[in-house]
Design a protein around this ligand. Structure first.
Ligand SMILES: [Zn+2]
Ligand SMILES: [Zn+2]
Length: 307
């Protein structure tokens, strides 16, 4: 992450629940397990680690032993160093609408569960990339994460501009009724497979309504609940979606797949090597985390929710 060497790394000051989820691992352990599972193949030899990775594993084992010695597990540290989640440049994502001269958005989170709704606590930073200067080489890392899915796997973004329509639940009752009218689809000349004749609304949801995957702007995904607008805690303006953090870049039943992944989407894969999870992030019950911001002022606090 393009973080200035002279600036304090963000830490989470929240209250942390001292209830072990049973899945806690250090970020290093999470990464080592991923490396091994990415090298696993049913026909090949047992996966091995490189000498550098072995050294990391030893250090992690020593850390684990120390932790056991220290007593009952729990977020022993406070405040918790946050983990980088996303870094977006305006030059790649023109939808960002940054404040002032900023051209870079950085999002971090604390990998422990927080109230309400058991989710990582997020922090947003806008900055000007040209003003960063010396970059912090080794940011501090949290002691452990509540779930492996809270330790994002670094990967390069390939942003793709798409046109999507609102989730059908965001449409007026009259429009929702129209979606269910097969005759209307046909009269409109839409090239819709006749297998959707009984459930034309499914065609809308699969191919037109909000796209799955990580996205900036666009329409929020709903599913856990009916849509409910988010209002700014300071000025009460209706907040707008900034970023959706998705557990899957695409889902098998949806028509949307990023261009570079379309071949992967139809090929088979082994458990732990899912090409629709390049970030390895999992939030909620493999749901989405939506980050909302106030359209009036970037100074007003953002909010987030799981859907
Ligand atoms: Zn926290
Ligand atoms: Zn506001």
């Amino acid at each position: 992450m393009l973080w200035p060497a002279g600036e304090p790394w963000p830490h989470c000051e929240d209250v942390h629940l001292h209830v072990d989820t049973g899945f806690r691992q250090s970020p290093t352990e999470v990464r080592l397990r991923r490396i091994l599972s990415s090298r696993w193949s049913p026909d090949g030899p047992a996966p091995t680690l490189t000498p550098a990775e072995e050294a990391l594993k030893k250090r992690n084992a020593a850390w684990l032993a120390e932790r056991l010695e220290a007593g009952p597990p729990g977020p022993a540290e406070c405040p918790v160093p946050m983990l980088p989640v996303a870094q977006l440049f305006l030059r790649d994502v023109s939808l960002l609408r940054p404040p002032g001269q900023a051209d870079l958005l950085q999002i971090l989170w604390c990998p422990y569960e927080h109230d309400p709704n058991y989710k990582p606590a997020t922090a947003l930073f806008w900055r000007s990339a040209a003003e960063v200067g010396d970059v912090l080489v080794t940011p501090p890392e949290p002691y452990e994460a509540d779930y492996p899915g809270y330790v994002p796997e670094p990967c390069l973004l390939a942003p793709e501009a798409i046109i999507e329509y609102p989730n059908s639940l965001d449409l007026s009752p009259a429009l929702q009724e129209m979606l269910e009218d097969w005759n209307r689809w046909q009269a409109g000349g839409a090239d819709v497979d006749s297998s959707y004749a009984a459930y034309p609304r499914d065609f809308y949801s699969t191919h037109l309504g909000n796209a799955p995957g990580w996205k900036v702007g666009g329409w929020p995904p709903w599913g856990r609940t009916d849509p409910y607008p988010q209002y700014c805690a300071v000025c009460e303006a209706q907040m707008i979606p900034l970023l959706t953090i998705a557990s899957f870049e695409w889902d098998g039943d949806k028509g949307w797949v990023p261009q570079e992944d379309q071949a992967n989407a139809v090929s088979s894969h082994y458990a732990g090597q899912d090409p629709s999870q390049p970030t390895a992030v999992e939030v909620g019950s493999t749901d989405n985390m939506q980050i909302y911001v106030c359209p009036t002022s970037p100074e007003h606090p953002h909010t987030d929710l799981i859907q």
